[in-house]
Design a protein around this ligand. Structure first.
Ligand SMILES: *[C@@H]1O[C@H](CO)[C@@H](O)[C@H](O)[C@H]1NC(C)=O
Ligand SMILES: *[C@@H]1O[C@H](CO)[C@@H](O)[C@H](O)[C@H]1NC(C)=O
Ligand SMILES: *[C@@H]1O[C@H](CO)[C@@H](O)[C@H](O)[C@H]1NC(C)=O
Ligand SMILES: *[C@@H]1O[C@H](CO)[C@@H](O)[C@H](O)[C@H]1NC(C)=O
Length: 213
């Protein structure tokens, strides 16, 4: 939360910073945990993710037993290159296949993101007490919102803020490791194969974030 507030203040303060020639980096293969919360303080989901940055695949499984009232039980497999995703119900061995209209997600910086600033969170001069962060911003596709994404110098995503109406979201990543621990999580489950593509209702923009709104 503090990071969110700091960032917001920073965005306001540095609105006049000139865009420079930084190119957005691309995040590596990762395994970790993700927390999605609204800026009203509701935890929408907490769970483990697996991300293949080469094959552009993302699996997120929320932990329904995480002790919050508002978290959603969701198991998503997003296949960005194919432009589709699956909502998986492993208990039920059932699955829904949907088209992705928006490929933005909180684990990769969009190619058209604008570099905002480098900030030192914590202390830059005391060993182990600070972290240097690059902040990237851009427009959310399919809505009027903006995002601000913070990554480490090695391009590990720390958090992403989505400023949108009526609700803004903060997504933060923890315990990130630079490997795909279980590649099977990125394979479409057999019970999902042959599933027909569901129609997207008029006016709906399917995206990772949209699943939590
Ligand atoms: C990421 O993981 C995929 C699937 O295991 C692999 O094909 C790819 O080479 C990995 N990418 C990197 C940069 O290690
Ligand atoms: C889910 O959350 C509960 C409570 O925080 C924890 O005990 C459990 O290990 C978690 N399960 C997974 C699969 O992360
Ligand atoms: C959880 O939600 C229910 C219904 O919305 C509410 O009555 C209850 O007080 C909430 N519990 C906690 C611990 O927030
Ligand atoms: C199983 O899937 C059906 C839809 O295919 C759903 O209506 C039902 O609630 C699911 N049951 C459980 C226990 O998740």
């Amino acid at each position: 939360m503090f990071a969110a507030v700091t960032l917001f203040v920073l965005m306001c303060l540095t609105a006049t910073t000139h865009a420079d020639h930084h190119q957005p980096c691309h995040t590596p293969n990762m395994t970790g945990f993700m927390t999605l919360m609204t800026l009203k303080g509701e935890i929408r989901a907490f769970g483990a993710f697996t991300y293949d940055s080469t094959g552009r695949k993302l699996r997120f499984r929320s932990n329904e037993s995480h002790p919050t009232n508002t978290s959603l039980g969701l198991d998503l497999l997003m296949l960005y290159d194919e432009g589709i995703f699956y909502e998986i119900d492993s208990k039920n061995q059932s699955c829904e296949k949907k088209a992705l209209q928006c490929t933005q997600h909180p684990l990769d910086i969009p190619d058209d993101a604008k570099f905002l600033a480098t900030i030192n969170s914590g202390s830059p001069s005391i060993e182990g007490e600070g972290i240097k962060i690059n902040v990237w911003t851009g427009r959310m596709r399919g809505s009027k919102g903006y995002y601000a994404m913070s990554v480490t110098m090695g391009c590990l995503p720390i958090s992403t803020l989505y400023f949108s109406e009526p609700t803004s979201y903060l997504i933060s990543n923890t315990d990130v490791e630079l490997e795909i621990k279980d590649p099977d999580l990125l394979v479409v489950p057999s019970f999902c194969l042959g599933q027909p593509l569901e129609e997207t209702p008029e006016g709906t923009v399917n995206s990772f974030l949209n699943e939590f709104m």
